[in-house]
Structure formats: structure tokens, C-alpha cells
Design a protein around this ligand. Structure first.
Ligand code: B12
Length: 288
């Protein structure tokens, strides 16, 4: 657990949260206050307010206050409630899988690729399936980048091919084969009914069908994508909300250089292996 925990000095001395039994902070330590919003499929009114209160009680919440009730649509009400939760969390036991390569900046990525790869790294990306959201993949790949961070197209040592949105998974994989890509980047924004999971599985299927598994780096991104989900689905890495191009470039460059070095070492070991037949040590071959 590497998150920074606050320490506040007050009348009672220095206080901070108990990392083994942490509670939400509303307006004082350990008050356990939560803000919850939800819809009920019934018209707003006294019955809906009571239904919302009883529903929250059933979760074990205390001090329930329905602070806002509104009309959401015909037959639907919308609520904002404040509640107190008795539940605590031990944050010392939390382990989150993360992309853990050290972070290189724009110049660092280019220098590494130039020195160790000796050619451009080729990356092909798209937002696939029915998903039409181009902004996420553009943020990572397009020249102008995102949040003041240049996109992959801007890197002199990266050849970035952005196929856009609503691309069939099979077409993205075909492009990767045709271009001899080092990496496939896929963006998934729509997550209703877990359509992103289904689509990522389909992409993985296409990758395996094309014999690319373990030959290209597979990276997924989107506001609801986590590294954990991506890895569970067989991808190499996942990037979520707020990702910037340089963290993706940094990961890809270091991972590719690592893979190339491993391949070269494997080849060298293969070459040095003693062979039977014509290559056997003197004296072994002609004995009869
Ligand atoms: C703009 C927008 C649209 C535009 C898209 C225009 C375009 N050319 O992209 C239009 C109007 C077309 C649209 C349509 C729809 N949309 Co829309 N849209 C949005 C909106 C407002 C902004 C998305 C955006 O541009 N974000 C900015 C970018 C920079 O952020 P990002 O996508 O998260 O990308 C970052 C990271 O996630 C990551 N990342 C993303 N991709 C990748 C890929 C890789 C490889 C990596 C490494 C990183 C990475 O890096 C990026 C930079 O940090 C969001 C709400 C919101 N505020 O997010 C809804 C939203 C995404 N849309 C939504 C919906 C439901 C729809 C529609 C289904 C609506 C409808 N009923 O028609 C349609 C779907 C159309 C389709 N077939 O896909 C929902 C999705 C709900 C869900 N979870 O499934 C959202 C969340 C709105 C909502 N709250 O309901 N939409």
C-alpha cells in the first residue's frame, strides 16, 4: 500500500486515519459518511422517499438523510442521500496490479528506442466494435496528444497508425499483421452490459487466430479499463481514465526492448548449444 495517508495536527495532537480500519471522512474523522445517488422506478413522492429510506436501511446504513428527491422521467425518481456506514476497510492489505515500468519522458522514450531498437517501434490502434468514441484513442495516438502530453504520432522513434473508431477487431488484427506491428492498442469506452469485456475477448480470439499472441504487445484503454482487467483478459497492459500518451509510450518502449533482448539472448543460447552429428566434439563421431 503506497498511498499517502493524511496526518492532521489539532487539539488532540497529531491524528490520522487507522489504515487497518479506515472509514470514509465526511466532516470529521471516522464519521463514515457516504453520499449515494440512485434512481427508483416509481414516481417521486412520499412513498418513493420512504421506499428509498427503507432500501438504504436494508443495506445496514445509519443516519439516513434523503437530501434530494427529483423527477427523473415518467415513472422514475432520482435521489441523493447521505448515510453513515459502519463498515471499515484494511488498506494495508490492498494490492493493485499496475503497469510498473519506470516512467520515461518523451526524450527518454525516443533515446531508448533509438539506442536499443535501431528502428521505429510500430504501433497500430483503434476503437473497435460498435464503439464510436474516437477521442480516447486520439488522445493517446494523435500528434497533439492529451493534457499537454504529446501523442505517439509526435515521437520520431514511433510509427503510429490510428485506424479510428468502429473498426472490426479482425481488421485491426489484419492491419497489425500487414504492418508488422510491435503493438496493438485498443480503446473501449462503452461498457454497458460489459460489451467491452466481450469485445476484448473477441479481439484476443482474433489475435490468437492470426498467431500474434506473444508476438505483439496488446494494450487496452478506456475510462473503465484497469490493468487488472486487461491482464485477466490476456492483454499485456491496461490504462484507464486520465492516461497520458507518454506513460503508454514509456511502457511500450521498455517492454519491446526487454522482449527483443530476451529474444536475442535466446537465439545466442541456441547458437551456443552443442549439437550432435557433424557438430559433435572430435573423437565422438568416427568411433565404430
Ligand atoms: C463525446 C461523447 C460521445 C460522442 C463521441 C464523439 C467521438 N468522436 O468520440 C458521441 C456523441 C458520438 C457519443 C455517442 C454515444 N455515447 Co458517448 N460520450 C461522450 C462523452 C461525453 C465524452 C467521451 C470523451 O470524449 N472523453 C474524453 C477522452 C479523452 O477520455 P476517455 O475516452 O476516457 O480516454 C482517456 C482514457 O480512458 C484513456 N484511453 C481511452 N482509450 C484508450 C486506448 C488506449 C490504447 C489507451 C492506452 C488509453 C485509452 O486515455 C484517454 C486519455 O486519458 C462521454 C461522457 C464522459 N464525460 O466521459 C459519453 C459516454 C462515453 N457515452 C456514452 C453513451 C451511452 C453513448 C451512446 C450509446 C449514447 C446513445 N444512446 O446514442 C452513443 C454511442 C455511440 C457508439 N456507437 O459508440 C456513455 C457510456 C456509458 C457506458 N459506460 O457504457 C458515456 C459515459 C456518457 C454517460 N455518462 O452515459 N458519445
Amino acid at each position: 500500500m503506497d498511498a499517502h495517508l493524511p496526518k492532521i495536527t489539532g487539539e488532540g495532537g497529531v491524528r490520522g486515519p487507522d489504515p487497518k480500519a479506515m472509514k470514509p471522512y465526511g466532516d470529521m474523522w471516522d464519521d463514515g459518511l457516504l453520499q449515494i445517488s440512485f434512481c427508483l422506478p416509481m414516481d417521486a413522492g412520499p412513498e418513493a422517499r420512504e421506499a428509498a429510506t427503507q432500501y438504504l436501511q436494508k443495506h445496514g446504513f445509519k443516519k439516513i438523510g434523503i437530501h434530494e428527491m427529483g423527477h427523473a422521467a415518467e415513472g422514475f425518481s432520482f435521489f441523493v442521500a447521505y448515510v453513515q456506514s459502519p463498515v471499515t476497510i484494511d488498506v494495508t492489505r490492498i494490492k493493485v496490479p499496475k503497469v510498473d515500468t519506470p516512467r520515461l519522458d518523451f526524450d527518454g522514450v525516443n533515446a531508448l528506442l533509438k539506442e536499443k531498437l535501431g528502428r521505429k517501434m510500430l504501433v497500430v490502434g483503434a476503437c473497435t466494435g460498435a464503439d464510436a468514441h474516437t477521442v480516447g484513442i486520439d488522445a493517446i495516438m494523435n500528434m497533439k496528444g492529451y493534457a499537454g502530453d504529446y501523442g505517439l504520432e509526435r515521437y520520431p522513434e514511433i510509427e503510429a497508425v490510428n485506424l479510428g473508431a468502429q473498426v472490426a477487431n479482425a481488421d485491426l488484427v489484419k492491419a497489425a499483421v500487414d504492418l508488422h506491428a510491435d503493438a496493438i492498442l485498443v480503446s473501449q469506452i462503452i461498457t454497458q452490459h460489459d460489451i467491452h469485456v466481450e469485445n476484448m475477448r473477441d479481439l484476443m480470439h482474433e489475435v490468437e487466430k492470426a498467431g500474434l499472441k506473444d508476438k505483439v504487445m496488446l494494450v487496452a484503454g478506456g475510462p473503465r479499463i484497469t490493468h487488472r482487467l486487461a491482464v485477466e483478459l490476456g492483454f499485456d497492459a491496461g490504462f484507464g481514465r486520465g492516461a497520458v500518451p507518454s506513460e503508454v509510450a514509456s511502457y511500450l518502449a521498455q517492454e519491446l526492448v526487454k522482449r527483443q533482448a530476451a529474444k536475442a539472448a535466446e537465439k545466442a543460447a541456441e547458437k551456443d548449444k552443442p549439437r550432435g552429428g557433424r557438430g559433435s566434439p572430435p573423437g565422438e563421431g568416427g568411433k565404430k
